[in-house]
Design a protein. Sequence first.
Length: 148
Amino acid sequence: MYRHILIPTDGSELAEHAVTNGLSLAKSLGAKLSVIIVEEPFDWLSVSETKAQQALGELAKHAEHIKKHAASVLNRVANAAKQAGVSCDTIQVENERPYKAIIATAADRGCDLIVMASHGRSGLSAIVLGSVTNKVLTHTKTPVLVCH
């Protein structure tokens, strides 16, 4: 049935529920798993020129925190997949339109199912999944399993 499942996550509780479901499904089907975190780039247009210098320092710290969080989330999923005996690749990308990155990754990697949460966190430090889920559903040709 399904041989390669893509799971977008942001590490939130609801997204982790989708990861658990996707991992269980992959194990039961003998499918490969790919897990993606999409980070939104910093919006420099929202920063005034006088605050840009101050924002640079804060941004560097914030970006480092985001990268560490993403790596931690992906490592947890990879370890859970390994313990379950499921082949798992992890992907960390930056894109101002997360839904496009998810759809492109599914196509590029030959995924035949996307398993994702109905919504997640939003804002600079997170992956937007709520509106992203709707956009993925609207634009992809790949079947999508939405977990709530």
